[in-house]
Design a protein around this ligand. Structure first.
Ligand code: GLY
Length: 358
């Protein structure tokens, strides 16, 4: 049996970011990670896009804007700690449109083309969000992993948590404590537990977090002159240029459970939509296809904060915004775990908004 102070279940961007914040504030933290490679963290495009995602005015938009504002300092700290580059790029996001929108800020076609030449003849206008940005999510995952190791956070991989031990019948009851975790490598015990298992959260708790599959692909520009200098967020696809000539195209949104693999139709849809939006894509080299599983909830908002178990905190269900929300989730969850004070930022994201029959 292994005993710890705080045990985080899940080694994706959310689990790592929370662990680093807790450790930086003096807590002893251990992460149990089943498979680092399966996390949605790696599959994402890395957009930091609260405005381009068109989130309506809401606590969610506020949380996303706060997290976007935290990004530059958060990345700076992580890069200073590790000496690695996370590919943060305050490049702005352009949202070219085929249809007119009455939302404020509309730019006509000529203005959109000054930001990005060679767009589709069908683009009639759109919006420019200079504060939206991107990070190279795969590079960031490595930086977080290294930072966690630099800080002395224990990370155990290949550990499948099979069940929570509660010392009572396995019910979702407010007076219960988690007493231990049953894993494929024995019993683990901690004072506090944090669930950050994304799309797989239902394996451990009856909370409504479901996988929403996203297929992605990457092309590469052959010459050194980068044709794209900001993200293009179109009506049917988004195109995310990295500084090294790689260009990410995403993403499908499919309710197919954990069905693995890229499909011909998925890749076809992505390429058609990307070529329609930005025709030069057709000449670039196809480099990679992949897929991942967004952790989605019925209202598409994350589940953050206390749980029905007194010593279990929830940080899951980030859906399309896990990369964006990592810094603010880390800050708010660490503060909540260390002080046990309710954080007003988390109120709108409490699990009890769902009727779970408890
Ligand atoms: N954040 C973009 C996506 O989930 O496809």
């Amino acid at each position: 049996m292994r005993c710890c102070e705080i045990l985080i279940i899940g080694g994706g961007i959310i689990g790592l970011a929370i662990a680093i914040e807790l450790k930086a504030q003096g807590a002893a933290v251990t992460i149990l990670c089943r498979d680092f490679a399966e996390a949605a963290t790696h599959a994402a495009a890395g957009m930091i896009a609260p405005q381009a995602e068109e989130l309506p005015p809401s606590p969610m938009l506020d949380l996303c804007l706060e997290s976007r504002a935290l990004y530059p300092d958060w990345i700076h700290k992580l890069e200073s700690l590790t000496g690695l580059n996370a590919g943060y790029w305050a490049c702005g996001i352009l949202t070219p449109r085929y249809r007119y929108s009455e939302k404020p800020g509309w730019l006509d076609r000529a203005s959109i083309l000054t930001h990005q030449p060679d767009l589709s003849d069908e683009v009639i206008g759109g919006y420019w969000f200079p504060q939206d940005a991107q990070v190279d999510n795969r590079a960031l995952a490595k930086v977080l992993w290294m930072a966690a190791q630099e800080l002395g956070i224990e990370i155990h991989t290949g550990i499948q948590v099979d069940a929570f031990g509660t010392g009572k019948p396995a019910r979702f009851k407010s007076d219960s404590n988690i007493t231990h975790l049953e894993t494929n490598q024995g019993i683990w015990k901690a004072d506090r537990y944090i669930l950050a298992t994304g799309a797989w959260s239902q394996e451990l708790l009856p909370i409504p977090v479901f996988p929403r599959k996203g297929q992605m692909l990457a092309v590469r520009v052959l010459d050194h002159d980068l044709p794209l200098k900001q993200v293009l967020y179109g009506e049917e696809s988004y195109i995310v240029p990295r500084r090294d000539g790689r260009i990410i195209v995403g993403a499908t949104s499919e309710n197919v459970g954990f069905q693995a693999g890229n499909t011909a139709i998925g890749v076809h849809q992505l390429l058609s939509a990307a070529i329609r939006l930005y025709p030069p894509i057709q000449h670039f080299t196809l480099e990679e296809t992949w897929y991942g599983f967004r952790p989605t909830t019925p209202d598409e908002l994350p589940i953050l904060g206390s749980s029905p178990y007194a010593n279990l905190t929830l940080a899951t269900g980030h859906y399309r915004n896990g990369i964006l929300l990592a810094p603010v989730t880390a800050s708010a969850i660490a503060q909540f775990v260390l002080t046990e004070k309710t954080d007003p930022r988390l109120e709108a994201f409490h699990w009890s908004r769902f009727n779970l029959g408890t």
